[in-house]
Design a protein around this ligand. Structure first.
Ligand SMILES: Cc1cc2nc3c(=O)[nH]c(=O)nc-3n(C[C@H](O)[C@H](O)[C@H](O)COP(=O)(O)OP(=O)(O)OC[C@H]3O[C@@H](n4cnc5c(N)ncnc54)[C@H](O)[C@@H]3O)c2cc1C
Length: 531
């Protein structure tokens, strides 16, 4: 028998949990959320420092890019969440929401009604800040946000080093001024990760009108004429169908969403035919326009074992586990990526165009270079905020179980390479300021003490990687290449919306979770208003 719902939400990630929760507030509608990954029960997900275990393994899709032509033909690990909460269950918990001008640009790009003045209230509605308030912050929202309680000594030195270099200290990257250096606020509540599965979905789970299905891979969307009428999904080898009376909301992420659209016959007709998929709607923009932050890390070995790397030793780890269990404090309460900065690569640019993430340790993320085993280090990551390179997501096969071809086409635009190299130079300079320099034994992986721009370019090609912010693969807008309209409705069909990071018209100048939550909050209002 086919299960019937009013709304089916495909993908229980950052956006999907928000939508399932908001829509099921109305007891008269039946909502089903379908997620390919498991429930978010593992303790590592909920302990802030668990981030160090999150960038590989069972909570991810295990994707890799195709060889990156402009990055020494490397296949780069492309981590995306596959668990209830999606990215918000495995991310670094850094809470930044973009620069107001990013949303004003969205409007100019065809996302009518998405200027900052229009979206700000959705940021505020979602935010549950425990310390900041006023015009720029919400305090009552489901997404818990708080300060780091006890930053590592190397983190403090990083923030001071930035000031020594001339960056202003910034207490609040989400306030009127984004520029400067400081501690990140975190999507953490009561010293535990606040994913959207925790903040939004959990309080809704007791509702009788909400069904959550996990370990269920949606294979394709089913159409009755031009209307999206249901989904076919697999739990293990069992294939099932769920029907949607009103709408299907696709929130499968910037890789999963275009993949599902293509599998369902919505995308560039020629590509669909190559895979023998009947064309429901020729939409050339599906899977195009992939944008991501290409992050380049520099790593330094430090003199004394004072960074979070000291907790790699068993007895320290046991002590910090105990401290966290009893008091909720200590190293386990750290998200590791404790501080950062927004800065300009040239005085000529009017808003920050580069972001830094300081990690009070080395080797926390899978595949990132680190210090020799047994030594302690620190890491500084930089990325250009609005890259010009554009990539694609394409099917490898018409079988939903096969990974798609992910090609972010990193550094394909020459300006991205030049500015990535500048970011490396600035990172090197930050590590060379007195407050950090006094802790550093050696900045690793550079041939020269004062690397030239050419050396930094070569370094960026060799060591850069995703910063986990893919977006824009089903972009909102009007005209050629747009996939959804400003109400997030897919062009050419009925009963289908895309409401996650893939719908962003262009990449934001910051981390991407808060803006994804905002998109989902706003979509819930559209649906409730019949828009
Ligand atoms: C390791 C990592 C670190 C990050 N760090 C930060 C950070 O510190 N701060 C920040 O703001 N942002 C960060 N991000 C980015 C942020 O988390 C993402 O932008 C955000 O989670 C995207 O939300 P989404 O809803 O678009 O997709 P996702 O959260 O990825 O959700 C998509 C969901 O759909 C499911 N799915 C996909 N296909 C199917 C299918 N066919 N059937 C059923 N289910 C399916 C997936 O399993 C997943 O759960 C990070 C991301 C990662 C991966």
């Amino acid at each position: 028998m086919t299960a019937r719902f009013d709304y089916i939400v495909v993908g229980g990630g950052s956006a999907g949990c928000v939508l399932a929760s908001r829509l099921s507030e109305d007891p008269t509608v039946k909502v089903c959320l379908i997620e390919a990954g498991k429930r978010d029960v593992h303790p590592f997900i909920h302990i802030p420092a668990g981030f160090a275990k999150m960038t590989g393994g069972p909570w991810t899709w295990g994707l890799q890019t195709v060889p990156q032509k402009h990055a020494n033909n490397r296949k780069i690990s492309y981590v995306q969440g596959r668990v209830l909460g999606g990215g918000s269950s495995i991310n670094a918990e850094v809470f930044t929401r973009g620069h107001p001008s990013d949303f004003d640009r969205w409007e100019r790009e065809g996302a009518t009604g998405w200027a900052f003045k229009d979206v700000q209230k959705y940021f505020l509605r979602s935010e549950g800040n425990t310390i900041l308030s006023g015009a720029w912050h919400g305090t009552l929202g489901p997404l818990g946000v708080s300060d780091m309680t006890a930053p590592n000594v190397t983190t403090q030195a990083f923030v001071q080093s930035c000031q020594e270099m001339g960056l202003p200290y910034n207490r609040d990257f989400n306030g009127p001024t984004q520029e400067g250096a400081g501690l990140y606020q975190l999507t953490v509540r009561n010293q535990r990760r606040c994913s959207t599965a925790v903040g939004y979905l959990r309080p809704a789970l007791a509702r009788k009108n909400l069904t959550v299905v996990t370990n269920a891979l949606v294979l394709r969307i089913l159409f009755e004429g031009r209307r999206a009428a249901g989904v076919q999904y697999a739990v293990g080898s069992k294939v099932m169908i769920a029907a949607a009376e009103r709408e299907i909301l696709v929130t499968s992420g910037a890789i999963g969403t275009p993949k599902l659209m293509l599998l369902s016959g919505i995308g560039p007709a020629e590509h669909l035919r190559q895979h023998g998929i009947p064309v429901v709607q020729d939409l050339p923009g599906v899977g195009e326009n992939l944008q991501d932050h290409y992050g380049v890390d520099i790593v330094a070995e430090i003199e004394k074992n004072i960074s979070l790397d000291k907790y790699n030793k068993l007895h320290n780890m046991a002590w910090s586990g105990l401290q966290y269990a009893v008091f909720g404090t200590g190293a386990a309460a750290s998200n590791i990526v404790e501080a950062g900065a927004f800065w300009r690569t040239s005085p000529a640019v009017d808003v920050p165009d580069i972001q830094f993430h300081f990690l009070a340790g080395a080797g926390a993320e899978a595949g990132v270079m680190t210090v020799p085993k047994g030594r302690a280090g620190i890491t500084l990551n930089s990325y250009l905020l609005r890259p010009k390179s554009r990539g694609t997501v394409r099917l490898t096969s018409a079988d939903a179980r096969v990974d798609p071809q992910v090609d972010p086409n990193f550094l394909s635009h020459p300006e991205d390479l030049r500015l990535a190299a500048k970011g490396v130079m600035l990172s090197y300079e930050m590590f060379s300021q007195p407050s950090l320099q006094k802790h550093i034994r050696e900045i690793c992986f550079f041939k020269n003490k004062a690397p030239s721009l050419d050396e930094c370019e070569a370094y960026a090609r060799q060591y850069g990687r995703t910063s986990y912010h893919p977006a824009c693969t089903c972009r909102m807008g009007t005209g050629e290449g747009a996939v959804v309209d400003p109400f997030l409705k897919v062009y050419g069909v009925e009963g289908l919306r895309i409401c996650d990071s893939s719908a962003m018209p262009s990449l934001l100048g910051s981390n991407t979770n808060a803006a994804t939550v905002m998109i989902a909050e706003r979509t819930a209002d559209f649906i409730r208003a019949g828009a």
